[in-house]
Design a protein around this ligand. Structure first.
Ligand code: ADP
Ligand code: MG
Length: 242
């Protein structure tokens, strides 16, 4: 069954407009729980910030949301559909990821932006690449070698590459923490604008509480693999500051 069929076939639910529901996700690595029994839901168009100390399991949790890492138990519902019923490839198109480092492969900007569809054997029009590059403020960068990009430019190429798949959900793992301060705000604003335009549902891992306040409607706190707190950004961040 493909994604659209699954969506149509799901029973009528009373979940309102929940885009992503995390159910008791747990991951053990070498008998040690690194994420334990985490449950929460994110509404369509919402940005949830995920904060917590280094080593708390934030990246591990995020990587389970598109099955870069496999849960030991628990699952995720995407628009009500259990994500284990989707192929990992289909899942990763719906749930895109932007990491702290851009991880571009050697070649041109256009080659990197077209990577997703190309890896599925789909052709990408030059027009589509041009539009996306324009949207991330890199008009005319098609033939630029990725070795000649600044950190902020590389991160915007990475964002364009993810957007090329038309994801519904964006997983952002400290997307601006490797950038200097001037560049950081530009990339942050760009992500926010695009998320709004496309009504994307985002989960943002950040250690920057100001960024969480600027970008997120709700904040979840992860400590030692466990969800300690989740609520409106204002409330959670107030208790974190205290
Ligand atoms: N593949 C792995 N093998 C062993 N330990 C891991 C692995 N991935 C993560 N961990 C451990 O899991 C914990 C959570 O890591 P991580 O999810 O990267 O935390 P965070 O992103 O919050 O800093 C850490 O103690 C880390 O060392
Ligand atoms: Mg991390």
């Amino acid at each position: 069954m493909d994604w659209e069929e699954l969506r149509r076939s799901r029973a009528t639910r009373s979940d309102g407009d929940v885009m992503l529901e995390v159910r008791q996700l747990t991951r053990f690595v070498a008998d040690k729980p690194i994420v334990e029994n985490v449950s929460f839901a994110v509404r369509r168009g919402e940005t949830l910030a995920l904060v917590g100390p280094s080593g708390a399991g934030k990246s591990s949790l995020l990587r389970m949301l598109n099955r870069l890492d496999e849960p030991s138990s628990g699952t995720v519902l995407l628009e009500g559909v259990d994500y284990t019923t989707l192929s990992p490839r289909d899942l990763r198109r719906r749930v895109g990821m932007v990491m702290q480092q851009a991880y571009l492969f050697p070649g041109t900007v256009a080659e990197n932006v077209a990577f997703g569809p190309a890896s599925r054997g789909e052709s990408v029009s030059a027009e589509r690449v041009r539009e996306l590059l324009e949207r991330v403020n890199l008009a005319g960068y098609e033939q630029r070698d990725i070795g000649r990009l600044s950190g902020g430019e590389a991160q915007r190429v990475s964002l364009a590459r993810t957007l090329m798949n038309d994801p519904h959900v964006l997983l952002l793992d400290e997307p601006t923490s490797a950038l200097d301060e001037d560049t950081r705000f530009g990339v942050e604003e760009l992500i926010q604008e695009i998320a709004r335009e496309r009504n994307l549902t985002s989960i943002l891992v950040t250690h920057d509480m100001d960024q969480a306040a600027r970008m997120a409607t709700r904040v979840a706190v992860l400590e030692a693999g466990t969800l300690r707190q989740i609520g409106p950004a204002e409330e959670v961040l107030k208790t974190r500051d205290a």
